[in-house]
Design a protein around this ligand. Structure first.
Ligand SMILES: O=C(O)CCC(=O)C(=O)O
Length: 330
């Protein structure tokens, strides 16, 4: 086979080591203004759809009482409802970091839209993701990751108390939490803050990468509604969190790469494909063109080139702006 040329670039070794040591990477300015505007349009539409009762995932008992909260709109399996999210899921600037952390067998495990309104109480308590089954899994973070989330910020979250993501560097290596660990962490938060916690100060277009095992919380928001996406990636052999299988109408028109990342191997699939796909490097090398999904008003405002490969420099390096260089031991 000849050399495979991809439309994305890997993270550097230093970035991968930083992620392994601290459990997160804050990448500055991954998306441009046109893409931010597209993201904002998606969030606003998702919020309106939920208000009219259109939800793409039924309620689950593990959700924190979300239905009764006035400060939060959270749309799960957003790609099934807001098709334009495909633009972000298949974006070379996101695929590059994700392949670097997880390998070529990338699987979209979830796509969520978040709208966090003004509320002077903390938005989300301290927790790690994945539930007890995943908490019990201990991995070597200097090797390949098990799951990684990408939070794409679409509004200004650079001041404290603006619905900031809070995290503890290095906490992704801590032992599985007990209920009393969780209670203690949140007691400390109520008493003024958890020692060693970092407040992520994000700007629109920034992306935060973090694994399921990182302790995180969401601060209060006294400033302006915070809008973001969280896209969750894992391996093809890993079950999704917010869909069983994507229906044909969601998959049609997506690139072979994104269909594969949504678990679709086509009509001739074999159960072994999820573990040993034969062509994944090739399929993962190239994404789709989603300009036809971009609303006409945004194409007029920014020009089509702002949404296409022409706006993705071939040798781009982004800036990493992690807040604290010191991992917290435990
Ligand atoms: O909205 C956020 O910043 C984080 C949400 C969260 O805690 C989660 O998805 O586990």
């Amino acid at each position: 086979m000849g050399e495979i040329v991809s439309d994305w670039h890997s993270l550097g070794d230093e970035e991968i080591s930083q992620y392994a040591a601290q459990g997160y990477l804050h990448l500055r300015g991954l998306f441009n203004q046109a893409e931010i505007d597209l993201g904002l349009e998606i969030v606003d539409r998702a919020v309106r759809s939920l208000a009219t009762g259109e939800d793409s995932v039924p309620y689950h008992a593990s959700y924190f009482n979300e239905g009764s909260r006035k400060d939060l709109v959270r749309v799960r399996n957003a790609v099934a409802q807001q098709r334009e999210i495909a633009y972000f899921l298949d974006h070379p600037r996101l695929i590059g970091p994700m392949v670097s952390l997880l390998g070529h067998g990338l699987h979209v495990l979830g796509s969520e839209v978040f709208y966090r309104d003004i509320d002077s109480a903390p938005h989300e308590p301290w927790h790690i993701d994945g539930g007890p089954a995943m908490h019990a899994v201990k991995i070597d973070h200097t090797r390949r990751s098990l799951q990684a989330k990408a939070q794409i910020f679409l509004t200004e979250v650079s001041e404290p108390r603006s619905g900031n993501f809070l995290l503890i560097p290095g906490s992704h290596t801590w032992p599985a939490p007990t209920p009393s660990d969780i209670e203690e962490m949140n007691r400390q938060q109520r008493a003024g803050g958890v020692p060693g916690a970092v407040t992520v100060r994000a700007k629109p277009g920034d992306v935060l990468l973090f694994p399921y095992s990182l302790w995180h919380a969401v601060d209060c928001n006294v400033r302006a509604p915070r809008k973001s996406f969280i896209l969750r990636f894992g391996h093809l052999w890993h079950r999704p969190h917010d869909y069983h299988a994507q229906p044909r109408e969601v998959l049609d028109g997506l690139s072979p790469r994104l269909r594969r990342m949504l678990g679709d191997f086509g009509e001739e699939s074999h159960p072994m494909d999820y573990y040993k796909p034969t062509d994944n490097e090739v399929v993962m090398s190239d994404g789709g063109d989603y300009t036809s999904l971009v609303p006409a008003s945004l194409l007029e405002r920014h020009g089509a080139a702002a949404f296409g490969p022409a706006s993705w420099p071939t040798r781009e390096r982004w800036t990493v702006c992690n807040g604290s260089p010191t991992p917290a031991p435990r």
